[in-house]
Design a protein around this ligand. Structure first.
Ligand SMILES: O=P(O)(O)OC[C@H]1O[C@H](O[C@H]2O[C@H](CO)[C@@H](O)[C@H](O)[C@H]2O)[C@H](O)[C@@H](O)[C@@H]1O
Length: 348
């Protein structure tokens, strides 16, 4: 397993010469295997919270403590384990904004994610298309899973993992070999047809926006008038009724059309852990940070495995399976910076 992991780092980090490669692997090994030593509008800013909200939030925090306040204690548990980091995109690495095309992440966030990815295997798992997330993040040493995990560009697979089904080889920007896994591939023709219909039928509803997420479709209603919401919903429902292999899910002011396969962000997390060489491994510590309902699938996996840290991004009390919380992307940034710093210090 260690060999696989080392081989993965060797390839994924794109080292150019033997010396740099050896030094790099040593420092990553040390760091990973620790030595024993436009604001999010769903959440009110702290200064606008009323007292009752505040009291509820404080009591919720007791059950889902801040990952910043609990950082030392969390990292004590991580000693001697292999840390792997999973990040959602919208609402986690970038704030929720009105225009989905402009959900940019800050340079500081990019740099923090980049620093983390130098130390620990890191993947971004998003509802967006993989290409679009890459376009926002623009980091090469990170794995990307788009379409809620239905389009994964992950480690090159050594063994006959997942029977080779729905898998193809790919190269990253640096020419490293990776494996693309697309378990919803057979649904593409239907998705294309649905997209065409939706673009036409929703065009008469002001503010409705259809986003092609490749293996799923988002219908945004953030800018739709209250009185038009019912009509939009009806149109989406009517279309999906004609495609029994699809179903609807909900996100933040968005209806999502997804193929009905048993595959979600939680399955993507397991797939990535396995392809990284951590099948049934007890000394891995996955950290998953996300803000949306779809991230709960990944939280559930970590809870069931009794492994790692599911962290929810929310400044409101919410039903969640997460063990820890961060208020907003700015706290995510602080957490990632601390994680990178902790890994660097541990490597010395
Ligand atoms: O899994 P994620 O990376 O969190 O993606 C979930 C959805 O995120 C995007 O929509 C959300 O963010 C937009 C930009 O801040 C916001 O305008 C929208 O209202 C939110 O729902 C993305 O556009 C969707 O396609 C993703 O499914």
């Amino acid at each position: 397993m260690r060999e696989n992991l080392t081989r993965w780092f060797y390839q994924a980090m794109g080292f150019q010469n033997g010396l740099a490669r050896t030094q790099r692997i040593e420092s990553i090994s040390k760091a990973t295997k620790l030595n024993k030593t436009e604001p999010k509008e769903e959440s009110k800013p702290a200064d606008q919270m009323d007292i009752s909200t505040d009291v509820k939030y404080i009591s919720w925090l007791k059950e889902h403590p801040s990952a910043l306040s609990s950082f030392e204690e969390m990292m004590d548990e991580a000693k001697g384990k292999w840390v792997v980091v999973f990040l959602d995109y919208d609402g986690t690495l970038s704030p929720i904004v009105n225009d989905p095309e402009r959900a940019f992440m800050s340079d500081m966030m990019r740099s923090a994610v980049g620093d983390v990815a130098k130390l620990y295997p890191t993947a971004i798992i998003s509802g967006r298309s993989r290409q679009k997330v890459y376009g926002f993040v623009k980091l090469d040493d990170v794995f990307y899973a788009g379409s809620h995990g239905m389009d994964i560009m992950g480690p090159a697979i050594q063994a006959n993992c997942y029977d080779g089904k729905y898998q193809s080889k790919a190269l990253d920007q640096k020419g490293n070999e990776l494996t693309v896994f697309q378990p919803a591939h057979d649904f593409l023709p239907s998705i294309e047809k649905m997209l065409n219909v939706l673009e036409e039928t929703t065009s008469e509803i002001n503010g409705a926006l259809v986003e092609d997420n490749r293996f799923c479709i988002s219908v945004h209603y953030r800018h739709v008038l209250q009185e038009d919401l019912g009509l939009l919903e009806k149109k989406v429902q009517a279309l999906v009724a004609k495609y029994p292999d699809f179903h609807l899910t909900r996100g933040k002011k968005v209806i999502e059309i997804r193929p009905s396969i048993k595959w979600n962000k939680g399955d993507a997390l397991v797939y990535l852990l396995e392809t990284l060489g951590f099948t049934n491994s007890s000394d891995v510590l996955p950290i998953y940070i996300g803000d949306d309902k779809t991230d709960e699938d990944a939280f559930k996996v970590l809870k069931c495995r009794g492994q790692g840290y599911p962290i929810i991004v929310s400044s409101n009390p919410r039903d969640t399976l997460a063990s820890y919380s961060l208020r907003d992307p700015s706290e995510v940034l602080s957490f990632l910076m601390r994680l990178a710093r902790w890994g660097e210090v541990s490597a010395v």
